[in-house]
Design a protein around this ligand. Sequence first.
Ligand code: ZN
Length: 139
Amino acid sequence: MKQIARGIRKRCPHCGGSDLFTRWWTMRRNCPTCGLKFDRDAGYGTGAMIVNTAATIGTFLVVFVGIMVATWPDVPWTAALVITIVVNTIVPIVFYPWSKTIFLGLDLAVRPLSAEESAAADVWLRQNATTAGAASATD
Ligand SMILES: [Zn+2]
């Protein structure tokens, strides 16, 4: 569970380290604190996409049902449509970094770090010990 909580805080789910993103859309390849490689398998971004879609659908449902409950029986359907389109456009953009860290936290909670991954993280950390931030930022 602590891995998921760290992901929700946009921290490294493995060590709790920060500074995982160089830009809003750009996640470092490795954690600058523990060296964990964030893309644990090929196609790893699909899991984050599922988390982001679930968050968007959840927010949409809360907003849509909230509008219906608050205004029933005279629901302003056009306004509800415009508001939910805006919500469905903004939430995936704003939530993007958290979708990556939360999925990584979920994955680490279910499938802990292997000995090989841990060794690779140690090697990466030794090679980038003094320039971890600068090396990752240029990847
Ligand atoms: Zn870390």
